[in-house]
Design a protein around this ligand. Sequence first.
Ligand code: EPZ
Length: 439
Amino acid sequence: MSEKLKIKGGKALQGTIELRGAKNFVSKAMVASILGNSKSVLENVPAIKDVEVVSKLLMLHGCDVSYNKTKGVLEIDPENISSPKIADVDTVVGSSRIPILFCGPLVHKLGEAFIPALGGCKIGDRPIDFHLESLRKFGAQIEKKEHGIRIFAPDGLHGTKINLPYPSVGATEQTLLTACIADGVTQLTNAAIEPEIMDLINVLQKMGAIISVNTDRVITIEGVKELRGFTHISLPDRAEAASWANAALATGGRVQVLGAKQSDMTTFLNIFRKIGGEFDINDNGIEFYHPGGELKSIPIETDVHPGFLTDWMQPLVVSLTQAHGLSIVHETVYENRFGFTNALNKMGAKIQLYRECLGSVPCRFQQRNFKHSAVISGPTKLRGADIEVPDLRAGFSYLIAALAAEGESNVSGVDIIERGYESFTEKLENLGANIELLK
Ligand code: EPZ
């Protein structure tokens, strides 16, 4: 059901919000628990849709899952893991991308896996060819089924050499989760090394895995016989932290983000300061604020870690509509992440999209007809409007735009935002936002 939020803009956000664990880590650690022969405990877990979907999928496979929402503690006991009824798994169809990561662990534990058709944000084609190629290299066979795919390995899964055509986060996780108890050594080249990946490696190492990350982003995994359960506190959500930072900047306010970690956000913090934002790092997190004066336009390019995270881009674009001059954004990770700018232009922004690579180097999308570069001319006065949320990060960007705009906005489809931002309406109210949830 699409929920609508009425927002009265023009008020600076002031106050404190508390960050919890990273959306793009916790669900992967939950999948990793299947590999253990005892219970796992994950802390700092946010109450978001991905956690719900993965919990449901784990329970459908016979795992015991309990989640204390107040404490943010999730316990998983995979002892009675078993093959589910396909019809039950179908109910999870189309609601998340995480199920694809169940492949390796389920084939190891049950000899086969059935993965429903995936969901996830519509910001590009979101193929899984790297994942399937990686699984085949381990010795898995893949059958297309009506609502998904069946993966099995008659001769088991064996260590192999995998080179990723692109440092895909998901394909790196797929390889890590399959290689840990595969028979032999696996070498993964051109791997992703995002902080969320490194925290997944921390979890797997706690479980008994042997994984080394080399300076050239080559990851070597020595397969071991078995793994045990883990206890782990998730790293904080750097994508959510940057979203609140832009909410503070675009509304001329000041927001203390408890739990934000400077070392995961270095690149973002540099850009935030260069456009005229400011921040204080303290023992409890990071306080982001608008120090006064004009915001400055800037050229930025998204990239894999330690580059500018693509999930930071959409909220930053809203801040750039308030910056003096022309800002240029070259999105090199997803081919279709600028669809959300139409609604911003409807609110008074001046954003033009281009097929050309407007950045330091041509990317995979050059000459492929994707409008993956944007030029933002500012500052522009934003006026309230009726807008529909297309994806998670764009959705939060619309909230920022509506908060910064003059007048009233009706933002529909805000339930999509709940996928990644726990209790965001309460957080907005605590920061003084003038909002009303319309059923
Ligand atoms: C993860 O997506 C995150 N999602 C994304 O966050 C994040 O933007 C992305 O990594 C990059 O950091 C989760 O972790 C749940 P990829 P993932 O595989 O793993 C292409 C958010 O808003 N590709 O690194 O799906 C793909 O099309 C979300 O929190 C293939 O071509 O990202 C894309 O162009 C959005 N074939 C590029 O690689 C494949 O088999 C990066 O994708 C896999 C990927």
